[in-house]
Design a protein around this ligand. Structure first.
Ligand SMILES: Cc1cc2nc3c(=O)[nH]c(=O)nc-3n(C[C@H](O)[C@H](O)[C@H](O)COP(=O)(O)OP(=O)(O)OC[C@H]3O[C@@H](n4cnc5c(N)ncnc54)[C@H](O)[C@@H]3O)c2cc1C
Length: 292
């Protein structure tokens, strides 16, 4: 106990001392004991070990999707950022992942497993209680740090954003999910979002159920569309056939409900070819384009 607290205990300031003591104990509980009980540690710029607190298989199949919830002690992941995960210790391969949910104690990663990959098959094998090495936050993009409808991209700041178009290829949907969740959690934030999720097969759409629910609940503020490129003929209800390869600039703008103005942003995330094509098509359009 600090000396100022001790002197208060011996005086008629006892209620104040007691209140201070309660506050001190409570903050110790929140910042130290609770994360310890949960098995959480702090996210830092160098690799630290994090315990897997929950694991779920979100999709079965050739390229399954798993969700890992890790114990992270403090709210240290700004919206727009991601983390780096390393396997095999120092010098081992590392990859980036974008937490889709972060609740100051739990950080959820959605990982598509590529059977021939170096890192994702190792992550698939993790079970509750295992540890994984993670560091962060990384990345230059931030949403909402300066209030609703604001982005920061390194030193560049964009504000007054009214509508965000989101072009996501496969797992590229994860940063979009972060921004959508941020906007939903902020009552003051009226920024509209329109996410177009581009996928190969009908059966491998990342977070389809969750996104459909968000679309239903979001009214005019949130719109989500799902595109599928593989196969021929009709796609199941709620999906559209389409591929970034075949999209023109005007068509892209229209699909996201964008008119072309300084108050609009397009977020792009996905495989290299997907990003390059989207950027090419949006060249010359009056929108702020941000690539994750
Ligand atoms: C900023 C950022 C955020 C990311 N966030 C996420 C995320 O939240 N969730 C997530 O699952 N991934 C995310 N990724 C991708 C992730 O970092 C890895 O690239 C991915 O997990 C594959 O790593 P790997 O070591 O298993 O495969 P690698 O060893 O890198 O690749 C092996 C093989 O797997 C296949 N493969 C790998 N990536 C792809 C791909 N995108 N499309 C098609 N085939 C592929 C290819 O055949 C490749 O040759 C993100 C990437 C970046 C840059």
């Amino acid at each position: 106990m600090s000396s100022s607290l001790l002197s208060l205990v011996g005086s008629n300031h006892l209620p104040a001392a007691f209140a201070t003591l309660v506050v001190v104990l409570f903050s110790i509980l929140l910042s130290y004991l609770l994360p310890k009980l949960l098995g959480a540690s702090s996210l830092t710029k160098s690799y630290a070990k994090f315990k897997v607190l929950a694991r779920a298989v979100v999709h079965e199949g050739d390229r399954p999707i798993i969700a890992l919830s890790l114990g992270v002690a403090t709210k240290c992941l700004p919206t727009g950022s991601h983390v780096k995960v390393r396997v095999g210790g120092e010098g081992g391969p590392e990859r980036s992942y974008t937490p889709t949910r972060f609740d100051g104690g739990l950080c959820e990663l959605m990982i598509r497993v590529y059977p021939e990959g170096e890192v994702s098959p190792v992550l698939e094998k993790l079970r509750v209680g295992d540890e994984l090495e993670m560091k962060g936050p990384t990345g230059i993009h931030r949403y909402g740090e300066d209030g609703p409808g604001t982005f920061r991209n390194g030193r560049k700041a964009i504000d007054g954003v009214r509508r965000i178009g989101m072009l996501a290829g496969g797992t590229g949907v994860t940063p979009m999910m972060q921004v959508i969740n941020h906007i939903r959690a902020d009552q003051e934030d009226d920024t509209e979002t329109c996410l177009i999720s581009y996928n190969k097969g009908e059966g491998e759409i990342m977070m389809e159920g969750e996104l459909r629910e968000i679309d239903r609940e979001g009214g005019d503020k949130v719109e989500v569309k799902f595109m599928v490129s593989e196969g021929e003929g009709r796609v199941r209800e709620g999906l559209e056939r389409g591929s970034m390869r075949k999209m023109g600039g005007e068509e892209l703008m229209k699909s996201m409900g964008l008119k072309g103005g300084g108050d609009e942003v397009v977020m792009i995330c996905g495989p290299k070819g997907f990003v390059a094509k989207a950027k090419e098509e949006l060249k010359g359009k009056k929108v702020n384009v941000l690539v994750w």
